[in-house]
Ligand binder design. Structure first.
Ligand SMILES: CC(C)(COP(=O)(O)OP(=O)(O)OC[C@H]1O[C@@H](n2cnc3c(N)ncnc32)[C@H](O)[C@@H]1OP(=O)(O)O)[C@@H](O)C(=O)NCCC(=O)NCCS
Length: 290
């Protein structure tokens, strides 16, 4: 009798151990599968922004944020940069616009003489932003190199109106850069993306709301969300003395030749020869200048 009970207890014990083992193995397999799926996505599709906020511990997320805004995983650098931007970023009037370039010298990659930076200009990874002489950056503009392998370079006398956004890479995978040569005027609310490398030649003029888009989303695989399929960088060259009218959109893999005029609202999908006047969607050459 007594022996039987002992045997039953042993049996129940074994069943419980087996159940626990089964559960543990299932958990391990599930976790491994999830990791493999993520790695698979990463290697095949290079997702630039899998999650808006990365998964992981609070400290890991914090370090990711530090890297995103400073280009390095250095907390002291993050605190230093954050302190400068917080103290000086919002000072109004011309006084603030003159003071900021003097102070931002310590966080920017380069800033030459007589620049003006209006209030509430947002700078990410400022060490990868290079400004020439007499550059003007209007309020609420946002300059974002996105990774410490990319660059935003503005030549002498470049004028960036308010509310513009310049971003030069889409993630660590894409190392495009934006080069804006001397005396370029960028109108209000322009969106300038240099994921696939972008050059705007000297003396060019961008009207308001221009969008320059040097990358496409990959979308070949219909079973994976487009946002996870990565980007295809496509270089854009806008040669010197080009005028892009209001609301022009320039797509990737395009060169707009020297001295060309692109009419308001046009979408440039193909190369435009020098000194052309091109209008419409898609933009077609309707004449020559001069
Ligand atoms: C392109 C532009 C400069 C005019 O060039 P133009 O050589 O003088 O052209 P015209 O006015 O003679 O027009 C020629 C033809 O192109 C058409 N056209 C002109 N601009 C156009 C545009 N933006 N989109 C589509 N068609 C346009 C005209 O309707 C005309 O067509 P038609 O021959 O069938 O009548 C002007 O129309 C333009 O778009 N300016 C941009 C203004 C702007 O954005 N300012 C912001 C301040 S930076």
């Amino acid at each position: 009798m007594h022996g039987d009970r002992k045997f039953d207890d042993q049996k129940i014990g074994w069943i419980l151990v087996k159940m626990k083992l089964k559960r543990d193995i299932k958990n391990i397999v599930e976790r491994k599968e999830a990791i493999m799926e993520r790695q698979n996505y990463k290697t095949i599709f290079h997702p630039p922004t899998g999650q808006a906020i990365p998964k992981g511990s609070f400290f890991y997320k914090f370090l990711k944020y530090v890297e995103r805004v400073t280009g390095k995983r250095s907390i002291s650098n993050f605190i230093f940069q954050g302190t400068i931007l917080t103290i000086f970023g919002g000072i109004p009037t011309i006084f603030g616009s003159i003071l900021r370039p003097m102070v931002y010298r310590v966080i920017l990659g380069k800033i030459d003489k007589s620049c003006l930076i209006e209030k509430n200009v947002r700078l990410a990874i400022p060490s990868r932003i290079f400004l020439g002489n007499r550059v003007f950056i209007g309020e609420y503009s946002y300059l974002d190199p996105k990774s410490n392998r990319t660059k935003i370079m503005l030549g002498n006398d470049v004028y960036i109106s308010r509310l513009c956004r310049l971003s030069s890479g889409s993630s660590e995978d894409y190392i495009g850069k934006i080069v804006i040569e001397d005396s370029v005027h960028v109108g209000q609310n322009c969106f300038i993306d240099g994921t696939g490398k972008l050059k705007i030649g000297k003396d060019s003029l961008l009207g308001p709301n221009v969008a320059i888009l040097s990358a496409d989303h990959e979308f070949k695989n219909p079973t994976v969300p487009i946002r996870l399929q990565g980007a295809i960088p496509k270089a854009i060259v806008i040669e010197e003395d080009v005028w892009l009218g209001a609301n022009v959109i320039v797509l990737g893999d395009v060169t707009i030749g020297k001295g060309s005029v692109i009419g308001a609202g046009s979408v440039v999908t193909k190369d435009v020869p020098s000194y052309s006047i091109a209008v419409g969607v898609p933009a077609k050459v309707i004449g020559k200048r001069g």
